[in-house]
Design a protein around this ligand. Structure first.
Ligand SMILES: [Zn+2]
Length: 392
């Protein structure tokens, strides 16, 4: 049997959070909900926020298998009944006694040692030093390009200055501010069907000119595609990996143009074959596509975050589907946790359980030696991410 309980965990994709102190069961539900909580859904949708609507949205969030599993994990951790109110009461007592100490115990029990935080969520961006100071584990920041693009679009600068500021901001983050990689959520904006020929320098000039003149005609896609290519160039120059969001996300994501397969033309282009690219969320529910790409493209990797934990029991299907084709050395564990430390916790517990199950099955079926399965568990939970991001 593959032993995972004591293995260390590097969470390769998640988002920073600060101590919020005591919270209600309603806040806990909203803050840990996949795709945004009930309040956000109401505010963004302009739905009248009646008590009936709120109660219904809260119930829906609590009725997911992911949420039920999290309550079971936390009830076990605190030694209380598996009941939301009992868990929240125990949680608030623990936070009141010392937030850092609570997170240390929580993450210590799950083996979480390192969090790679995409600082692009929440906005406005949290301060890296402040987040680090509150958390008892290693924090490695990732630089997201979309907030930078949004800021530059608010100015009236021309292309030459736009390009310089874009390059400088990314270079400064990587060389001065301790960021260990770059990330794009272009799947949320204009989709993953990015032509590698978008790297042509004049595409940026043409696109920004069209945007400044108030022309549509796909100008925003032209600009975003060009800037994604530029980010890949900069990642190679600074020898850091690029994370690209693929697959599921909150209800804003383009669920058609988020398929990893749309990235094939870009990532097999001669120049970009050399760039190390992590397919965030391994494209779930298109995770088999991502695994295929990790197989045929030597520098493409899979990150199982978000499907684990938010797709609940599908964690087994994710590891099983990804390991069908992705090399053992190219699969990284991640959670996509945000807002509260408990998401990362339950994700690590679920991820370990599912990984052990899948590796045990591979051993039982004569696909993998027991010793190799144990080694693979350590690689997928931490070692592969440590090597990819050159973490100590
Ligand atoms: Zn994320």
């Amino acid at each position: 049997m593959v032993e995972v309980a004591d293995l260390p965990v590097v969470d390769v994709h998640c988002h920073p959070f600060l101590n919020r102190g005591a919270i209600t069961a309603e806040q806990f539900t909203d803050l840990t909900a996949f795709g945004g909580g009930s309040r956000g859904f109401v505010e963004q949708g302009g739905i009248e926020f009646t008590t009936a609507v709120r109660d219904e949205l809260q119930r829906v969030k609590r009725d997911t298998i992911y949420f039920r599993r999290m309550i079971l994990d936390l009830a076990r951790f605190f030694g209380v009944e598996p009941d939301l109110d009992a868990v929240i009461a125990a949680r608030n007592d623990a936070v009141a006694a010392g937030y850092g100490d609570y997170v240390r115990r929580l993450y210590g029990e799950a083996g979480i040692e390192t969090l790679l935080f995409d600082f692009g969520v929440p906005l406005p961006m949290l301060d890296v030093a402040e987040v680090r100071a509150e958390l008892p584990v290693e924090v490695a920041p990732i630089f997201r390009i979309e907030p930078l693009i949004a800021d530059l679009l608010k100015t009236d600068i021309g292309w030459s200055e736009f390009k310089t500021r874009y390059d400088d901001a990314i270079a400064t983050a990587l060389t001065r501010d301790g960021y260990v990689g770059v990330k794009s959520i272009i799947a949320y904006r204009t989709g993953l069907d990015v032509s590698p020929l978008s790297r042509t320098a004049d595409q940026g000039l043409q696109a920004l000119d069209m945007i400044r003149r108030g022309l549509g005609g796909g100008s925003m896609k032209m600009l975003r595609d060009h800037l994604l290519c530029r980010a890949l160039d900069l990642c190679m120059e600074h020898d850091v990996p690029m994370q690209i969001h693929t697959g599921m996300g909150d209800f804003e994501v383009n669920l058609v143009l988020c398929r990893p397969a749309y990235l094939m033309d870009l990532l097999r282009f001669p120049v970009y074959r050399a760039c190390r690219v992590l397919l965030v969320h391994t494209g779930y529910p298109y995770h088999r596509e991502a695994a295929y790409m990790a197989n045929v493209l030597p520098r493409v990797y899979c990150d199982v975050s978000e499907g684990i934990p938010f797709a609940g029991h599908a964690a087994i299907d994710i590891f099983s589907g990804v390991l069908a084709m992705a090399p053992l050395s190219k699969v990284c564990y991640g959670s996509d946790g945000f807002a509260l430390p408990e998401i990362n916790y339950t994700s690590a517990k679920l991820g370990k359980q599912a990984l052990a199950r899948v590796l045990d099955d591979l051993v039982a079926d004569g696909m993998l030696a027991a010793r190799d399965a144990q080694e693979a568990a350590g690689m997928i939970l931490a070692g592969n991410a440590r090597a990819l991001y050159k973490l100590g």
